[in-house]
Design a protein around this ligand. Sequence first.
Ligand SMILES: Cc1ncc(COP(=O)(O)O)c(C=O)c1O
Length: 388
Amino acid sequence: MKFLERELAYLQENHLYRRLNRMDDAQAARTVVNGKECLLFSSNNYLGLTEHLEVKKAAREAVTRWGTGAGGSRLTTGNLQLHEELEKTIVRFKKTAAAIVFNSGYMANLGAITALAGKDDVILSDELNHASIIDGCRISRAKTTIYPHRDTQTLEKLLRQTQGYRRRLIVTDGVFSMDGDLAPLPRLVELAEKHRSLLIVDDAHATGVLGRRGAGTADHFNLEGKIHVQMGTLSKALGSAGGYIAGSRALIDYLRNKARSFIYSTALPPAVIAAALTAFRVIEQEPQIRENLWVNARYLRSGLKQTGFVTLDEETPIIPVFIGDAGKTMQMAEKLFALGVFATGIRPPTVPPGTSRIRVTVMATHTREHLDSALSAFQQAGQELGII
Ligand SMILES: Cc1ncc(COP(=O)(O)O)c(C=O)c1O
């Protein structure tokens, strides 16, 4: 077992060793981490719905009515009325014919990709796709070819070269989780149509956030009905847990029969489903929450840029603050924490070597005062470390 110590020592020497931070309070703009009060600037709870009174009440009431666990997989005894109601809600929200809920976004990607692709197929995957997509591709045993980030020219070349395969899948994050930029969906839809390929879009970070209705990247780009497989999570802006696939009736029926991560796992518990259901209603009925998010995202992004940090121009609540070196990134995260801001450093293998960054996210529940405090902490930490 010597290899365990050797590998851990290697990770430590290269600033790649991972440690858990302990949340001592709720997932709110002001919280307590590792016993210290601080402002939270890395959560995916974009709309603050984990703390929404109606959402919490729905979870409590679901426990009273349905108990704590689902008691079985969806195909045995775990298919509660609530699960079906949630799937109907997703159908209305995504404007698709059908939807299926998985126990997590990770399992949705794994289940869908492995069900749709096999050894006779090819998957064309953006180089910055999320690990759950990468793992789905690996387990599927399909030939997987990675195309450079958002590079539709190379993708088209690859589509021309792969005509002999049984099926071709193009798979991409809608909003890239670590960079916050958007996939070039209008072009991807054209390419998928032209080359008769299946398009899978992971809307984990777009669900509840992007588009006029908050329905995700298809809503944002006016491409509703054009994306074959739309994946999303209930764990980020929705403030709950779980993942889903939305698409045609045949697709969902097929996944119910073939997606192993759907079939062989106990269904999500009632409180989680009830919270997600109510979160969808809140998103629809309280659009000002999303307005706040956008106002905050613009303010913080432009503030960080003006302070001299390198980030991207994209308009999402994910703002990568690029540092480059893994060690320096972790020093920056520590300094920020000492100054009362909890924002996590992201290093390889989550991001490519040399692109380590602080992954800053904004929430609708941040106040102007919170944002200004974060900006001054970033300025001070950045200056002390010679980053700006
Ligand atoms: C792009 C993307 N896809 C999928 C997932 C997995 O979702 P979940 O956390 O619900 O398992 C995540 C989040 O970690 C993600 O960022």
